[in-house]
Design a protein around this ligand. Structure first.
Ligand code: GLU
Length: 400
């Protein structure tokens, strides 16, 4: 018998966002410069005070294993942050520090799912949720949010999808890829629905600092007391503090779940990087002006990119209020000829833009959104302007 890889991995769809980064790097090596609107990663450097804290951590000898849950001073800083920013009271034994928000999510799903358990997931959704649910033995139950509603959460639709097998509802607000920010009212309703049935809510709040036009981010765990004991809040440092490469995130939740996650982590990564942990303490306790500056720059880019996209023939873009993504609808381009082929899908649009304009976007199919493409504006204004000009010219050609 030929040995092969596990069905678990064979059946998994690779991360479209991470894969694209590799492809664009490979094209760069060949001298082809792509304007990337692909990977959601701030183009700013990590703030200097955070980098200094990491250097100091190394000099001070924080270079060894830590507790699986993370350094106590970091967990205390996270508790303080959750109280101040989100009105959530957690103790240090209810916090785990992880290798990015991704590991916090994966550990959560591994800890709460039994084989065949259902996890309800509003779509369009980020590429890794479904795969993580499946890796944990769960079944993703996808519930569509619509462009017409600004991709807002509909608690009634979620309620209809609940079955005796539903273990959790996974939400992400501000949302990747739609940019939607869920309203207080909808979150309150969803919290009540889940609490009545004893269903967990996993709330990925990694984009919480990135809300625009006076919009407010609410953590669902803070809105109804009944749901707090069933909530696992996921967050991290990558997006707010431009720390994507540091791989540091965390989860806050009921101590029995956090304990399970620590036990799992003890066997997989032991703990997350000790130096990054010390840097994260500085991120939370140090000055926050860089967070505000980055936010304001994202806000400026967001207005610009939405306006440019809506001015392209055959493209419509919802005026969403959060994260750093837009998800324009490009279905009016389906059926158009590029000269060598007829565009039939979101992937065809993305391929056409990459080949013709050297503009990198992610196909909406990767997010269960077949009529759309995703662009991030976490790239410089100079690139955004150039990329929009190239995209415009390329799309104009389809209408000639
Ligand atoms: N979360 C970002 C994105 O969606 C980074 C890549 C990834 O983790 O998928 O682009």
């Amino acid at each position: 018998m030929e040995r092969t890889i596990s069905t678990r991995i064979k059946d998994m769809t690779p991360s479209a966002t991470v894969e694209l980064k590799g492809k664009i790097e490979a094209l760069k090596q060949k001298g082809i410069k792509i304007i990337p609107f692909t990977l959601g990663e701030p183009d700013f450097n990590t703030p200097a005070n955070i980098i200094e804290a990491a250097k100091k951590a190394m000099d001070d000898g924080f270079t060894r294993y830590t507790a699986a849950a993370g350094f106590i001073d970091l967990r205390e800083a996270i508790c303080k942050k959750l109280l101040t920013d989100n009105n959530l009271s957690f103790q240090t034994d209810q916090i785990i520090v992880t290798t990015g928000g991704k590991q916090a999510l994966y550990n959560t799903l591994m800890t709460i799912c039994n084989p065949g358990d259902e996890v309800i997931l509003p779509t369009p959704c980020w590429v890794s949720y479904t795969e993580m649910i499946k890796l944990a033995g769960g079944i993703p139950v996808l519930i569509k949010t619509t462009e017409e509603s600004g991709f807002s959460l509909d608690p009634k639709e979620i309620e209809k999808a609940i079955t005796p097998k539903t273990t959790a509802i996974l939400i992400n607000s501000p949302n990747n890829p739609t940019g939607a920010v869920y309203s207080k009212n909808n979150l309150e309703q969803l919290g009540k629905i889940a609490a009545e049935r004893g269903i967990y809510i996993i709330s990925d709040e990694i984009y919480e600092k990135l809300v625009y036009d006076g919009e407010t981010h609410y953590s669902i765990a803070s809105l109804c007391p009944e749901i707090k004991d069933l909530c696992i809040v996921i967050n991290g440092f990558a997006k707010s503090y431009a720390m994507t490469g540091w791989r540091i995130g965390y989860a806050a939740g009921p101590s029995k779940i956090i304990k399970g996650m620590c036990d799992l982590q003890g066997h997989t990564t032991s703990n997350t990087n000790s130096i990054a942990q010390k840097a994260a303490v500085q991120a939370l306790l140090g000055p926050q002006d860089s967070v505000v500056n980055m936010h304001d720059e994202f806000a400026r880019r967001r207005t610009y990119i939405i306006d440019r996209l809506n001015n392209m023939q055959g493209v419509t873009c919802a005026n969403v209020k959060g994260a750093f993504y837009v998800l324009p609808n490009v279905s009016a381009l389906f059926g158009k000829s590029t000269g060598s082929k007829t565009i039939q899908s979101s992937l065809d649009v993305a391929t056409y833009l990459l080949e013709e304009a050297h503009v990198g976007v992610v196909t909406g199919d990767a997010f269960y959104s077949p009529n759309n493409i995703r662009l991030t504006y976490a790239t410089s204004m100079e690139y955004i302007k150039l990329g929009m000009d190239k995209m415009q010219a390329c799309i104009d050609k389809l209408f000639k």
